[in-house]
Design a protein around this ligand. Structure first.
Ligand code: PLP
Length: 223
């Protein structure tokens, strides 16, 4: 079942789009099943859960922290996390940089940008993205690799609105790539990822430039 679900999604993906299997709340047996179907990238939204699951999976599993991250918990995932999707403050970025340094690593991160017309979603405004990039440059945060942006569209049936929100983020992403020389912390060859799209809207996200979709319920079933 899980293998078939993954295969069905893979067949729809252009080669530049990566599938992150969102396994939050799901038992380890289900992750093993996905792994057996060649799935390597897994997304979790809670630090405690990814810390628990990490030793139970093969070492080439790629762990993505997709949820809101508190600064005091960065240290638990710093030794092994592959990509942190939801950096939404300078303080968090600085903590990740510090913990990466302690682990002698460079940690990959995405900046979460607020695109939804909902109050509940975390993320930076466009203005704050530029501020954060300037800060990261002047403070030489060299143990974080800012690989791109992440966003979540409003949860709505209105596909036009969802597409507009994804397109807004796509344009911020393109602008940063075009003006990359303004932000010495960024490199054109590594600032390449746009993480957007979940079970209900990944097709729309791909249409608007997504390079990473985060899919949970369409693979593992409803939570
Ligand atoms: C849970 C979650 C997903 C996956 O949601 P589904 O609707 O189950 O595909 C994607 N992104 C984030 C940030 C999540 O928390």
């Amino acid at each position: 079942m899980i293998a078939a679900n993954i295969e069905k999604i893979r067949q729809q993906l252009p080669s530049h789009v990566k599938l992150i299997a969102v396994s939050k709340t799901k038992p380890i047996e289900m992750l093993h099943e996905a792994y057996a179907a060649q799935q390597r990238a897994f997304g979790e939204n809670k630090v405690q859960e990814v810390v628990n699951k990490y030793p139970l999976m093969p070492s080439d599993t790629e762990w993505h922290l997709i949820g809101h991250l508190q600064t005091n918990k960065v240290k638990y995932i710093a030794p092994f996390i592959h990509l942190i999707h939801a950096v939404d403050s300078i303080k968090l970025l600085e903590t990740i940089n510090k913990e990466a340094l302690k682990n002698n690593r460079v940690i990959n991160v995405l900046l979460q940008v607020y695109i939804a017309k909902e109050e509940t979603k975390f993320g930076l405004s466009n203005e704050e993205v530029f501020e954060l990039l300037n800060h990261a440059t002047t403070h030489q945060l060299n143990n974080v690799n800012i690989c791109g942006l992440m966003g979540m569209a409003t949860y709505t049936e209105n596909t036009q609105q969802i597409e507009q929100e994804f397109e807004n983020l796509h344009q911020v992403f393109n602008t940063l790539r075009q003006e990359i020389n303004k932000y010495p912390i960024l490199k054109l060859e590594s600032f390449t990822e746009l993480s957007m799209g979940m079970s209900s809207d990944y097709e729309l996200a791909i249409k608007h430039g997504s390079t990473m979709i985060r899919v949970g319920s369409n693979i593992f079933g409803e939570r």
